[in-house]
Design a protein around this ligand. Structure first.
Ligand code: IPE
Ligand code: IPE
Ligand code: MG
Length: 252
């Protein structure tokens, strides 16, 4: 039985988020410059997106460039922006063929104008695709997003649209860039690092975390299947006791 066949399709995470990490180390292992690792990471993006869509995962979010990544050497940042531009343009056909909608979150205004323009173009060209939403987190950080939400909330209160005593979790969720998608149920990070690096801090409150030593350019379909199988072995308790969860299962 293949790994894919072992997956229970009725218990798929509806939203998987991935912190794609390890490109630089992968390049080093191959005696190459960091950008070689980023270039080779594209195959992994394609594999993960196609595998998730084929299974029936509705949302896949990839952390591609963080707010903090602007602090990397200029040549690397430029190479990453160039690669992003090239990739989104190249992949439109594949996205449409696979019925995948491209979406982006983050401070898109901070991207080079050409990237912004092409990103919006591809998002429009894939807007009607319905099998899966592939979201790229670009110039994204969770604290940036929460500050933006706080600013919008302050505006709503100042203009009388909302009263302070009416502020609840839903109000905040509506103001996050992920307002139109469910929270990730599974968060994967490659490369062996065990940290979140400012990614979806609000949204992963109850996500199952999965860390793998595989470096991102080596990530293939089977790695995604392994993460999903691991997820399916977890007992998600949401604060309740194991007995409560088991009783509900028995009643079903
Ligand atoms: C992830 O790989 C890609 C980005 C953050 C853009 P890294 O470039 O962080 O690779 P390592 O962590 O240095 O190996
Ligand atoms: C996190 O990776 C950001 C992305 C994957 C885009 P980093 O490699 O930038 O994270 P840190 O700096 O090691 O935490
Ligand atoms: Mg890294």
């Amino acid at each position: 039985m293949s790994l894919k066949e072992k997956i229970d399709l009725n218990r798929l995470p509806s939203h998987i988020a991935i912190i794609m990490d390890g490109n630089g180390r992968w390049a080093k292992q191959h005696g190459q410059l960091r950008v070689f690792g980023h270039r080779n990471g594209i195959t992994a993006v394609r594999e993960a997106a196609e595998a998730a869509a084929e299974l029936g995962v509705k949302y896949l979010t990839l952390y591609a460039f963080s707010t903090e990544n602007w602090n990397r050497p200029r040549v690397e940042v430029n190479a990453l922006m160039q690669l992003l531009l090239q990739t989104i343009n190249q992949e439109v056909t594949t996205l449409n063929k696979n019925n995948i909608r491209l979406h982006a979150i983050g401070d898109l205004d901070s991207l080079p104008p050409r990237n912004r323009k092409h990103l919006h173009k591809v998002m429009e060209e894939t807007a009607n695709n319905s099998r899966m939403t592939l979201t790229l987190a670009l110039s994204y950080s969770s604290r940036w997003e929460i500050v933006e939400a706080a600013r919008k909330l302050a505006d709503q209160i100042q203009s009388g649209q909302c009263k302070p005593e009416e502020v609840n979790q839903q109000c905040i969720e509506k103001l996050l860039s992920t307002h139109d998608m469910p929270d990730p149920e599974l968060l994967i990070r490659t490369s062996g690092e065990m940290r979140i690096s400012n990614f979806m801090l609000w949204q992963i409150a109850y996500a199952e975390l999965y860390f793998t030593p595989t470096l991102w350019p080596d990530f293939r379909r089977d790695d995604l299947y392994k993460a999903i199988l691991d997820f399916q072995c977890r007992e998600r308790r949401f604060g309740k006791t194991s007995e409560q969860i088991q009783n509900v299962k028995k009643q079903e």
